[in-house]
Design a binder for this molecule. Structure first.
Ligand SMILES: C=C1C[C@]23C[C@@]1(O)CC[C@H]2[C@@]12CC[C@H](O)[C@@](C)(C(=O)O1)[C@H]2[C@@H]3C(=O)O
Ligand code: AKG
Ligand code: FE2
Length: 331
């Protein structure tokens, strides 16, 4: 199979340009790097995460979201806990309810389940096993990525998210069918489930049920739909990885549109570094510091500045190097 034929996939409505990476094949490292450069997004197959584990967690999530609102709001909270419609604290809203959790390895009762949910043994165990398995797959993908970039040692990136102080997050999203969309004509089909944004961390790993809705933004500014595939994982390059690669890999803008008939349930593991981790372009990817497009920052500094942002803001702008920006504008 040629690299090109691996990069395209047939879907019901034609060909999807979303790169498909078989991580059981070491040679896929080249296609992986190209996917991160061209799209900042790719689908992973042959990942080794148990489908049974995924089903148990999805079942638990569906059970949770089908509880009465009065029970779900008992575990509402910020930054972690249940939320409905409101995303973040700065006025963003979407056709979505969610459960946000701390998946920090250092957290005593990892992964953190808010309040009353602490007693839900099956849910807790499924979360623990799922995040452990997905973290391992994420490290495998990052190791393949460093191989593709020709970086040594090969754990240069994976060690940032496997450290015991890693600041990672786990999110369950539920997009109920949206009555504002006309079921027959699909009028109003642009109701926003989750508004356009880039993810702040290093890399995000998404799995959803069989309901589509996720879209990614291409380099030419157009949006394309990601065909759902419950047996695969979708990875997106996030802001910190864009900085670590000095802009070579793109932190992809994405969003979710609501569906008129079907519920979408997604689970996303946001692999982040430790709070004290310094984020700057990897020295092996630049010839000298002057080439760096970004001022160095710690993950904690980035988070502090991101806290005040709206979903669609460009959160990396605050860390762009002015001198480079000016010389780029001049040329
Ligand atoms: C509006 C916001 C929600 C968000 C925090 C922020 O201030 C800006 C980034 C948002 C985001 C997007 C990716 C993830 O879903 C998330 C958990 C994250 O780390 O950054 C959310 C934040 C959130 O929902 O609290
Ligand atoms: O729920 C989804 O499919 C994507 C949501 C998302 O991008 C996020 O939670 O950051
Ligand atoms: Fe996202």
């Amino acid at each position: 199979m040629t690299v090109l034929s691996k990069l395209v996939e047939k879907t019901e409505s034609g060909f999807s340009p979303i790169p498909v990476i078989d991580i059981s094949d070491p040679e896929s490292k080249h296609a992986l790097v190209k996917a991160c450069e061209d799209f900042g997004f790719f689908k992973v197959i042959n990942h080794g995460v148990s489908s049974e584990l995924v089903s148990v967690l999805e079942h638990e999530a569906v059970e949770f979201f089908s509880l009465p609102a009065s029970e779900k709001t008992q575990v509402a909270g910020y930054p972690f806990g249940y939320g409905n419609r409101e995303i973040g604290r700065n006025g963003d809203v979407g056709w979505v309810e969610y459960l946000l959790m701390n998946a920090n390895l250092d957290f005593g009762s990892h992964p953190f389940l808010p309040g009353l949910l602490q007693n839900q043994e099956i849910f807790r165990n499924a979360l623990l096993e799922y995040t452990t398995s997905v973290r391992k797959m994420t490290c495998d993908v990052l190791d393949l990525m460093t191989d593709g970039l020709g970086i040594k040692p090969r754990n240069t990136l994976s060690k940032l998210v496997s450290d015991k102080n890693t600041d990672s997050i786990f999110r369950l999203n539920h997009y109920p069918p949206c009555p504002l969309i006309n079921k027959n004509t699909n009028d109003g089909n642009n109701v926003i489930g989750f508004g356009e944004h880039t993810d702040p961390q290093i890399i995000s790993v998404l799995r959803s049920n069989n309901t589509s809705g996720l879209q990614i933004n291409l380099a030419d500014g157009s949006w394309i739909s990601v065909p759902s595939d419950p047996s695969s994982f979708f990875f997106n390059v996030s802001d910190s990885l864009q900085v670590l690669t000095n802009g070579r890999f793109k932190s992809v803008k994405h969003r979710v549109l609501a569906n008129s008939r079907k519920s979408r349930v997604s689970m996303i593991y946001f692999a982040g570094p430790s709070l004290t981790q310094r984020i700057a372009p990897l020295t092996c990817l630049i010839d000298n510091e002057d080439e760096s497009l970004y001022e160095e920052f710690t993950w904690s500094e980035y988070k502090k500045s991101a806290n005040n942002s709206r979903l669609s803001d460009n959160r990396l702008q605050a860390f762009e190097r002015k001198a480079v920006a000016i010389s780029l504008n001049d040329s």
